[in-house]
Write a protein that binds this ligand. Structure first.
Ligand code: KG4
Ligand code: ZN
Length: 356
């Protein structure tokens, strides 16, 4: 297969990003440029992402970021093979900005357009970085998602578990807010936890031992709120106890999904456990999942932190994979606020092929 060079655009949340990636499946690919503008300062006063502010910032920044990405890659728009953009899921205003810009660039330059599912891009990042083979088991942990899936090919997923309430990143962010830490909470909690005693507070491990591989985090957050309301708490000990609970939950649920994956793919002896999404930037979580993979005979693949949090290199790479299969999109393709990768096994159905 011929290597493709793709311009990628990401605007689904609070990073405005553009990147140029060259490569061929199964990877690894070459990141020619990867520009990320984080809107953190814009949202910080509000303690979370404000959709209207995000859309406006994307509109203001995106053209410059795209120009920067092309310049840093030493390439002209006329020399790329395709333009890829996140078409969902995410904040609809932001997704529209990125997708519309990609359409305009593709039309102007006479290049094909590729509409990318943001979650699939997180999933395929381990092929960009390590050339991971299909099928692999994916733990996707971000601000909006917490899922365990098998990834069998481009667009081919099987869901083993999802969260019945909050996403794990959301739990980090809400816990941080309770401790008066600024948004985004994940990195703050991680830093604070380093000096805390994880055994100090007894926190619940929701869903532990349940059939299936679904998650729940709202009870954990509520327990933290109760402690904080009780007063006299030590923030570092709370952070450490919270993070330890999250790690226990992630490890136990991932282990359950590993069993299901093994029975679905008995011949995939050297399969990988891939961890993706912003929360995979957490060092303690990375270590715990690395240990689990070793114990269970999975190869561990966790992209470097900068490619776990939102970026456009993953969008460009997903574009490479789609392009090589001839999966292009018409200029009329619509942005989607919701766009799940696979059917939902809420309630514990595990191992059955996902519908749709
Ligand atoms: O994938 P991402 O950049 O955006 C979404 O698609 O959601 O993930 C952002 C989430 C936030 O909730 C943030 O608090 C969390 O990832 N996060 C972390 C860490 N770095 C980012 N959570 C725990 N530890 C970290 N070091
Ligand atoms: Zn993301």
């Amino acid at each position: 297969m011929r290597a493709l060079t793709v311009l990628g655009i990401e605007t689904s949340c609070d990073e405005t990003a553009a990147a140029v990636v060259r490569g061929r499946a199964p990877g690894p690919g070459e990141i020619l440029s990867n520009i990320v503008f984080s809107q953190l300062e814009e949202h910080r006063p509000y303690g979370g992402v404000v959709p209207e502010i995000a859309s406006r910032a994307h509109v203001e920044k995106l053209d410059g970021i795209v120009a920067e990405a092309l310049a840093a890659a030493h390439i002209k728009l006329s020399d790329v093979d395709a333009v890829a953009a996140t078409a969902g899921p995410g904040l609809i205003g932001g997704v529209m900005v990125g997708l519309t810009t990609a359409k305009a660039l593709a039309l102007a330059a006479g290049k094909p357009l590729i509409a990318i599912n943001h979650l699939e891009a997180h999933a395929l990042t381990a092929r960009l970085t390590d050339g991971v083979k299909f099928p692999f088991l994916l733990l996707l942990i971000s601000g909006g998602h917490c899922q365990l899936l098998s990834v069998e090919g481009v667009g081919r997923f099987r869901l083993y578990g999802t969260t019945i309430d909050d996403a794990v990143g959301e739990a980090f962010d809400k816990t941080a807010k309770l401790l008066d830490l600024p948004y985004p909470g994940g990195p703050r909690i991680e830093a604070l936890a380093k000096n805390g005693n994880a055994l100090r507070y007894v926190l619940p491990r929701p869903m532990r031992g349940r059939i299936g591989a679904d998650f729940s985090f709202s009870g954990l957050k509520t327990a933290v709120r109760q402690l904080v309301l009780g007063g006299g708490i030590d923030a570092a000990d709370i952070a450490a106890s919270f993070q330890a609970a999250v790690i226990d939950i992630l490890v136990e649920r991932t282990k359950a999904a590993m069993g299901a994956f093994r029975s679905d793919f008995p011949d995939a002896g050297d399969a990988a456990l891939v961890v993706a999404g912003g929360v995979a930037a957490n060092g303690a979580i990375r270590r715990a999942l690395t240990d689990l993979a070793e114990q269970e005979g999975f190869e561990k693949k966790i992209p470097p932190p900068g490619l776990c949090t939102d970026n456009a290199a993953m969008i460009a790479w997903a574009g490479v994979e789609h392009g090589q299969l001839g999966y292009f999109d018409g200029i009329g393709v619509s942005p989607k606020a919701r766009w799940p990768l696979a059917g939902t096994p809420l309630g514990g159905r595990i191992g059955a092929p996902a519908k749709g």
